[in-house]
Design a protein. Structure first.
Length: 333
């Protein structure tokens, strides 16, 4: 059998490699996983034939994982967490780079999972974030890119439900007393609105209406990427009034400039207040917990906090068992 054009050997691999351009113009370079030239030749002929058939159907089936990674990254350059996704994909690369999209399943991924657990000693939650990227790429390959008939199922690992860390009212009062002047309004605003750190630090005066007691977060400035309105209570308004004349554009500043981050003053204040294992994001948990304990329904909380799913607010349900009293009273001895 004559050798097909498109086979070659690499110095770093014992196998024959395919380098061909598909009918749609896509170039594919991948290992044949065989050292036998005749077998590699037969595989290449079969590969070309299947690629042609699939091109007639509008589906490309023999796409290697690295090609999908490159397309995913190029289409998501403006994604806020793209750097995190890129880190996950680097971790995945040694385990998936020699595989086709259609072959990726939990059996293939298990080697990656075991390596991260035993060698890197990371928790299931960290591994799941990487698996979520894999699942997203496979779904795009099936539904948008037409590279798969259907997306292989990627199952998430079991994660223990994390404990909600929040401050009591006395703890919050102590913390506020220890904060420096530029941070106190920021923390009051966080405790009053549940906004995330960057949502607060990026807030501009043209998105605030103190008369109507409302602020707006623009599209692209929130974690979900969607804009939302923020109702302002008296404490939030007071925090804004305190800093109203500090800057013409940004609400919360330090020495005349927009704050990029909270800085070491936050950690020093926590230490002075003797508050341990507490992050700035836990102010959002505190705000949500206070709301639930005050009688705010989980559906109202979901809308107030900009969560996209009801499951995200279920972590606070145990803080208000009162809403189940009526149901419990229906059964009596």
């Amino acid at each position: 059998m004559a050798r097909e054009k498109g086979l070659y050997k690499r110095k770093d691999s014992p196998y024959w490699w395919i380098d061909v351009v598909l009918p749609n113009g896509q170039r594919v370079c991948q290992s044949t996983r065989t050292k036998d030239l005749e077998q590699a030749n037969e595989l290449l002929v079969s590969f070309k034939a299947e690629a042609y058939r699939n091109s007639q159907l509008g589906i490309i089936k023999n796409v290697p994982w690295p090609h999908a990674v490159l397309r995913y990254l190029s289409e998501n350059l403006d994604k806020k967490s793209i750097d995190t996704d890129r880190d996950h994909l680097r971790q995945l690369d040694p385990f998936l780079r020699d595989h086709l999209l259609r072959d990726i399943n939990m059996s293939i991924l298990w080697e990656f999972i075991e390596h991260r657990r035993t060698v890197d000693q990371v928790k299931n939650a960290t591994i799941n974030r990487a698996l979520e990227v894999v699942r997203r790429i496979l779904i795009l390959a099936a539904e948008d890119w037409r590279w798969l008939d259907r997306a292989p199922k990627v199952r998430m690992l079991r994660e223990p439900r994390g404990k909600v860390r929040f401050l009591t009212k006395p703890e919050a009062g102590t913390l506020l007393e220890t904060l420096p002047g530029h941070l106190r309004p920021v923390v009051i605003f966080a405790l009053s609105t549940g906004c995330r750190m960057q949502e607060i630090l990026n807030l501009q005066w043209d998105r605030v209406d103190l008369g109507r007691q409302v602020a707006w977060l623009e599209h692209g400035t929130t974690k979900t990427g969607e804009g939302r309105g923020i109702p302002l209570n008296q404490d939030a308004c007071a925090a804004l009034i305190e800093v109203r004349d500090h800057h013409s554009d940004y609400c919360f500043t330090y020495r005349g400039h927009k704050m990029a981050k909270i800085g070491s003053a936050w950690k020093r204040s926590l230490s002075k207040a003797e508050i341990h294992n507490f992050r700035f994001h836990d102010l959002r948990h505190t705000w949500a917990s206070w709301h639930v304990m005050a009688g705010t329904s989980l559906h109202e909380l979901m809308e107030l906090g900009g969560w996209k799913s009801y499951e995200m607010v279920l972590r606070y349900a145990h803080l208000a068992p009162e809403h189940l009293k009526l149901a419990a009273s229906r059964v009596q001895l």
